[in-house]
Write a protein that binds this ligand. Structure first.
Ligand code: FES
Length: 528
């Protein structure tokens, strides 16, 4: 098997009988309304070879993985293969390109893509997740693409067993790019610390996954992206100290922990799994990335017409958006009493530009409703009217908007709040499924935790969104347990959520059986 990096999380895989593209992203318009761009520039990879795969494997339903621009240029005979859990969002994006058959595989279902070549998906265990890992087998060789997933340890063990204990190449994302904390009105110090916590949580997970999967080689990939719109260019500063670690930082961090089997791949580089040999793309001989700012400034010049073209598709509205704001949020308030209760605050929107205003939506039972004021808001967003209009008319999804970083957010108490999940997954059926999942998720499963010389038992799955605390929990010196998935903290005395309204962790005194605590992983240190 031979794997070629296409930049970001894109791969071209040649097996004994098939040529596959996996999550290819090459659009010159980047993604998320010309916010994210591939870093480094991978435009030179467009070729007839790329345009003629036998199939396209799509592991996530997000725009940096499903690229309608590229898909429109591929042979329509090549099916798109996705996991049933991510197929609805993949299908939505595929509609923007040419007609293409979708093969939706259930989790763990083996799909034969060519004689001798099979694949199966392993999705994250949450009704809201659109992410899946893919395991590709050819002959006796196995490639595991974990992407940015956060699979439970038991799923990783099952993958290792399904691969007969031998994983030749593991592709795994280090960057965790999102609007938190990049878009929050924080002091520089607070933002750096929040970014550091996020980075550490991801790297702790990576080390844990590597220990379970024991791959022969690991390929760091999947970002970070860069930002070429002048309005967003400052977000590139966050790349320098490793807020969104790049491959070099990722590999250095692994090396610091004695993990030396990482393979660095530039877009166009190939890794021959059979011969365990890397072939480099000569393009990079003439390119220097050492002066990142200069590289990005020149890259931004090249992409300027594409950024302008995207912005022109989102004109500034002239009419007031109040009616559409009110209708949108009145509908949202009816979707899920469960989420309304968890949110329990007023959320404000300062919509700038013609058509904008200062408006809010109140989730508290005593004052529930949509209001033309920003008073008493626990959270406030600042959004330009050109983006608010398509959001309220549902032409633009919240995920696409939030990932674009074209907003600022402020919160009165520095606490997480669940309204983001409501905005992102505003679908009655889906929200009911989440409620059911969270209410019943393996209710009896508990783990033992030691803190301050005492032991207690807590529920194993986080009351917020069901992350396995065995994998994503850490005990803080203050006597709280933090879930690293969204950083909610719970008191180990009474289970109260200390930094938000994310439900209550069930806590009970430990019985005799918990004399040996279940280990909660320690946070690793980032090299100075
Ligand atoms: S799953 Fe969100 S904080 Fe635990």
């Amino acid at each position: 098997m031979r794997v070629t990096s296409l930049g970001h999380a894109g791969l071209r895989v040649e097996t004994s009988g098939a040529r596959l593209l996996c999550d290819p992203w090459l659009s010159p318009e980047g993604a998320f309304q010309a916010s994210w761009f591939q870093y480094p520039d991978n435009a030179h990879l467009m070729s007839d070879e790329i345009r003629a795969p036998d199939a396209v494997v799509l592991t996530q339903g997000e725009r940096d993985r499903v690229d309608p621009w590229l898909l429109a240029q591929l042979a329509t005979s090549a099916p798109a293969i996705a996991c049933t859990t991510s197929a609805p969002s993949v299908r939505r994006l595929l509609k923007e390109s040419a007609d293409r058959r979708i093969v939706a595989a259930t989790p763990w279902q083996r799909v034969e893509v060519a004689p001798g070549t099979t694949l199966f998906f392993v999705p994250e265990d949450s009704p809201l997740s659109r992410r899946a890992a893919v395991v590709l087998r050819d002959g006796g060789e196995t490639l595991v693409d974990l992407g940015g997933t956060r699979l439970a340890p038991i799923q990783l063990e099952q993958i290792r067993d399904a691969a007969g204990g031998r994983i030749d190449l593991l592709c795994m994302q280090g960057a965790t790019m999102s609007w938190y904390p990049s878009c929050y009105e924080y002091s520089d110090e607070r933002r750096r610390e929040a970014a550091r916590q996020k980075r550490l949580a991801r790297f702790a997970y990576i080390v844990r996954a590597l220990r379970i999967l024991k791959p022969t080689h690991v390929m760091p990939f999947g970002g970070h992206p860069c930002f070429l719109d002048p309005e967003l260019f400052h977000h590139n500063d966050g790349l320098e100290p490793g807020g969104f670690p790049d491959q070099k930082q990722y590999i250095a961090w692994l090396a610091d922990r004695g993990i030396s089997n990482a393979v660095a791949m530039m877009p166009g580089d190939s890794w021959d799994i059979t011969r365990r040999r890397r072939e480099t793309d000569a393009t990079w001989d003439a390119v220097s990335l050492s002066d990142r700012r200069r590289y990005l400034t020149e890259y931004a010049e090249r992409r300027r017409p594409h950024v302008d073209a995207v912005l022109a598709r989102f004109p500034e509205p002239r009419e007031s958006l109040w009616d559409s704001f009110r209708d949108y949020f009145e509908h949202l308030l009816l979707l899920s009493p469960y989420f309304n209760e968890r949110i329990g605050i007023r959320i404000g929107f300062h919509i700038t530009g013609d058509g904008g205003g200062d408006w809010s939506v109140d989730f508290r039972p005593e004052s529930r409703g949509v209001r033309p004021t920003l008073d008493d808001c626990g959270y406030e967003y600042r959004v330009a009217a050109r983006w608010a209009q398509p959001l309220f008319s549902r032409a633009l999804g919240w995920d696409d908007f939030l990932y674009s970083l074209r907003l600022t957010a402020r919160r009165s108490a520095d606490k997480c709040n669940d309204h983001v999940r409501l905005l992102r997954f505003a679908d009655e059926k889906l929200l009911r499924a989440v409620e059911k999942h969270e209410a019943t998720a393996r209710a009896d499963d508990t783990i033992a935790v030691h803190s301050g010389g005492k032991a207690c038992r807590v529920q194993r799955f986080c009351p917020h969104a069901g992350s396995d605390l065995l994998d994503s929990g850490e005990v803080l010196p203050s006597g709280a347990l933090r879930c690293l998935a969204h950083r909610y903290e719970y008191s180990l005395s009474d289970g109260r959520c200390l930094n938000g309204n994310a439900g209550t962790l069930r806590v009970a005194p430990a019985g005799a059986e918990s004399a040996t605590p279940t280990p909660i992983m320690a946070m690793p240190e980032w090299p100075s």
